[in-house]
Design a binder for this molecule. Structure first.
Ligand code: NAP
Length: 288
């Protein structure tokens, strides 16, 4: 990616580093002032190699900031009831401050039922309906990590949201929907697109800010992008490619996130940071 002009790139790594430094200072203060080690429990069901790799990466980041990381591995074939029972145990465990259920979980587990077993105060991944409701209403809460990370990137790069037309492609509960709400709460005009949207390219052409959260490699074409648009590619597909055709989009954009190195590092850093905040809230500590 050497030939990419630096002034067009939204680099997620320095922003993520800053967030992890913030998390580390929270961890240190909690330990010094309360003798508490912030802890994230991760539940991994089944043997999907990609999920296992994500979990390893998240656990490594936990250790980097001095946080405790617990891993609960459950075999494929675990029932919804068994999974909910494991999450209930973590919900009752005072030494656990955040709970992450790595998804996707294998069928036929009812993922929603499993998510809903996470108490809101430990929902550091922002997956429960209670958290999503608060995000929609703009109330204080944890925020789904990828949209939260994207908002921070937009802020770090001083992208004006107020009054802008933002187009979000994808309406999943962890990404597209909360993304649209966060943008609306900051006064963007938002169009939320999905697989039934008609004439998607024409809608994307009106975006000042485009958020791609589709899960299809290089799906968004370069000539769909309006001149001067800010493009955030949340996609992460096989072969390390995003949802936007990066090379084709580049001549049109004002700013764009690369894949990898854009949104991805922010997602993990947000998860870690929110866990330290959960631990601080539990202790009534002033750290934020
Ligand atoms: P998801 O649950 O599969 O949702 C995909 C969304 O895209 C759905 O709303 C779907 O519409 C929509 N869609 C599918 N085909 C479409 C089409 N032809 N035109 C318009 N919309 C279409 O995926 P997700 O969990 O939100 O993830 C989206 C992407 O983000 C994936 O690449 C994932 O790997 C990536 N991701 C990255 C991170 C990170 O840390 N970087 C974190 C989470 C996810 P319907 O609702 O109509 O089906």
């Amino acid at each position: 990616m050497d030939e990419v002009p630096n002034n067009k790139l939204i680099d997620g790594r320095p922003s993520a580093r800053r967030l992890l430094e913030h998390a580390k200072s929270n961890v240190d203060r909690l330990r010094e002032e309360h003798g508490v080690t912030a802890a994230l429990a991760t539940v991994l069901v089944g043997d999907d190699p990609a999920s296992a790799a994500y979990v390893r990466m998240k656990r490594r980041r936990c250790e980097d900031v001095g946080m405790k990381s617990l891993l609960i591995e459950l075999p494929r074939g675990t029932t919804t009831e068994e999974l909910v029972a494991e999450i209930d145990k973590l919900a009752r465990d005072d030494s656990v401050h955040g709970i992450l259920l790595q998804h996707p979980v294998p069928a036929p587990i009812d993922r929603r039922a499993a998510f809903e077993a996470i108490p809101m105060k430990k929902d550091v991944d922002g997956v429960t309906s209670a958290t999503l409701g608060r995000v929609v209403l703009g109330m204080p809460s944890f925020v789904p990590c990828t949209p939260a990370g994207i908002m921070r990137l937009l802020s770090d790069y001083k992208v004006e949201i107020d009054g802008a037309h933002a187009v979000v492609v994808g309406r999943s509960p962890i990404l597209g929907r909360p993304m649209a709400s966060l943008l609306i709460n900051q006064h963007a005009t938002v169009t939320l697109c999905h697989s039934r949207t008609r004439n998607l390219p024409a809608i994307v052409r009106h975006a000042d800010i485009l958020i791609a959260a589709v899960g299809k490699a290089r799906f968004i074409q370069g000539d769909w992008i309006a001149p001067g648009a800010v493009v955030i590619d949340a996609g992460y597909n096989e072969g390390n490619v995003g949802d936007v055709d990066f090379e084709a989009a580049l001549p049109h954009v004002r700013l764009i996130t690369p894949v990898p190195g854009g949104v991805g590092p922010m997602t993990i850093a947000t998860l870690i940071d929110q866990t330290t905040i959960a631990a601080a809230q539990e202790k009534g500590s002033g750290v934020v």
